[in-house]
Design a protein around this ligand. Structure first.
Ligand SMILES: [Zn+2]
Length: 241
């Protein structure tokens, strides 16, 4: 495994979420590699700091009433009767889950989607499962999705603009099956995920685990492009799609 591959897996490794094979591979790499070992130590220190120093708050009677009013009658009774420390623990767990799922601290679903998108990108490279339909012909790739999705993704040939279509596959982002289009630029792989969405949004860029992510909504479709390419190249792709 390379440091880049390990980097993408360290969080899941520290949380014990990897399968056995990948966990052993990661462990073996970390044992030999000072840089990755230091990254893992930082992660574990953060973990310990959060679990030992996160503030505990007891729920006020007012918060307890508000929570209860949003619950089904059976749950409500349990909340009203439960001791304050049970509620406080529940709030802490909710806060930690929130913090973990959303490292940027905001509760918009986009942080969770970004995490999924980067994970899917890394997975497609690691597992050597980049394409189910390897083709540079949009007239082959687009029909391949028919019947596999409840929408028809736009597939563009952008080779004249320096983004070569390499193929497509299905992937799973934010709880739904989506179209993944694979483009190449020089030696770099770009995964572009798309699915139906609401109102248009202009492109926004984020960075995560050494990858750049640009996402936008156009003509009712959400687009998420992820790669180790520079951000402005992904923005260029966003303008073309
Ligand atoms: Zn390493």
């Amino acid at each position: 495994m390379t440091c880049r591959e390990v980097e993408g897996l360290l969080g899941a490794y520290a949380d014990g979420e990897l399968d056995l094979v990948r966990s052993l591979d990661t462990e073996a790499h970390v044992r030999e590699c000072a840089a990755c070992s230091a990254s893992l130590e930082r992660l574990e220190a953060l973990h310990v700091a959060v679990s030992s120093q996160a503030p505990y708050y007891s729920a006020s009677p007012e918060l307890r009433r508000k929570l209860a009013s949003r619950m089904a009658p059976r749950e409500r009774w349990a909340v009203v009767r439960s001791p304050w420390w049970v509620l406080a623990a529940a709030c802490l767990v909710a806060a930690l889950v929130f913090w973990k799922v959303s490292p940027t601290g905001l509760g918009t679903g986009s942080a969770a989607i970004e995490r999924d998108v980067v994970a899917a990108h890394v997975r497609s490279l690691l597992a050597d499962h980049l394409m189910d339909v390897p083709s540079s012909d949009r007239h082959t790739v687009k029909p391949w999705f028919a019947g596999k999705l409840d929408f028809a993704p736009e597939v563009e040939d952008l080779s004249a603009q320096g983004f070569t279509l390499a193929g497509g596959r299905l992937d799973y982002i934010n709880g739904r099956t989506v179209a993944a289009l694979v483009y190449r630029r020089r030696q770099h792989t770009i995964n572009v995920f798309t699915w139906p969405a609401g109102a248009d949004e202009s492109p926004q860029a984020e960075g995560m685990q050494g990858f750049h992510v640009v996402h936008w909504v156009k003509h009712g479709m959400a687009w998420w492009a992820v790669s180790d390419l520079a951000e402005d190249e992904l923005r260029e792709l966003a303008r073309l799609l």
